[in-house]
Design a protein around this ligand. Structure first.
Ligand SMILES: C[S@@+](CC[C@H](N)C(=O)[O-])C[C@H]1O[C@@H](n2cnc3c(N)ncnc32)[C@H](O)[C@@H]1O
Length: 191
């Protein structure tokens, strides 16, 4: 993954593109997702949606390592030029979708085997939209939910509500690779 100092990333910045809802760098929770999925290969990952994708690293990883057909979704259209740089460097492409957690319909979600999200529940106002999106995804038949977080209280609240309603678990996770990250991952298997 390119860092902020990568020439191609600097070129995007010089063109005046600035994500404004925190999609301005690679957040470490995305590394938790990659590490978790590497050690727990998903049974169903032909189609994947990476919600609140930012620079899109975990979706790009699924496209590259799992051969998944990935949709990268974010409310902020300005994240996609950065995601494109990362995708090209990895020799893959994902399909961009500008939308919001609260706008993704059950019908749209039914297209996917797995929903992933990294650090997407960081404000009080995001707890209900993320919880409701998880509910719709499971109703739509999405087979696995994997949402990672650095253990923000807002994530813990959303995850506890999801586990109470649907089962699943909140797994404590820590990487031992070159990028150190630790946090919690909401994992719900749905068939
Ligand atoms: C902390 S960043 C994490 C980005 C990426 N997942 C990562 O780990 O590098 C949160 C992302 O969620 C997006 N976001 C915030 N609220 C959203 C909403 N209601 N619907 C969709 N995306 C949203 C932001 O634009 C931002 O890219």
């Amino acid at each position: 993954m390119p860092t902020a100092s990568h020439p191609a990333i600097r070129r995007v910045r010089r063109q005046g593109t600035y994500p404004t809802i925190h999609g301005n760098k690679l957040w470490k929770s995305t590394v938790l997702i990659m590490d978790y999925l590497k050690k727990n290969p998903p049974k169903h990952a032909r189609t994947v949606i990476d919600v609140g994708c930012g620079w899109g690293a975990s979706g790009i990883w699924c496209a590259k390592q799992l051969g998944s057909d990935v949709t990268s979704m974010d409310a902020d259209p300005d994240v996609f030029p950065f995601l494109d740089v990362a995708a090209v460097l990895n020799g893959v492409a994902t399909s961009p979708l500008v939308s919001r957690f609260e706008r993704l319909t059950t019908r749209q979600l039914a297209e996917f085997d797995m929903l992933i999200g990294a650090d997407i529940c960081f404000w009080d106002e995001l707890v209900d939209p993320v919880f409701n999106m998880v509910n719709r995804a499971l109703k739509a038949g999405v087979k696995q939910i994997v949402i990672a977080d650095p253990r923000r209280p807002t994530f813990s609240e959303m995850a506890a509500r999801a586990v109470e309603r649907h089962g699943g678990e909140v797994v404590e996770w820590e990487t031992r690779s070159s990028i150190k990250a630790s946090g919690a991952i909401l994992v719900i298997d749905n068939g």
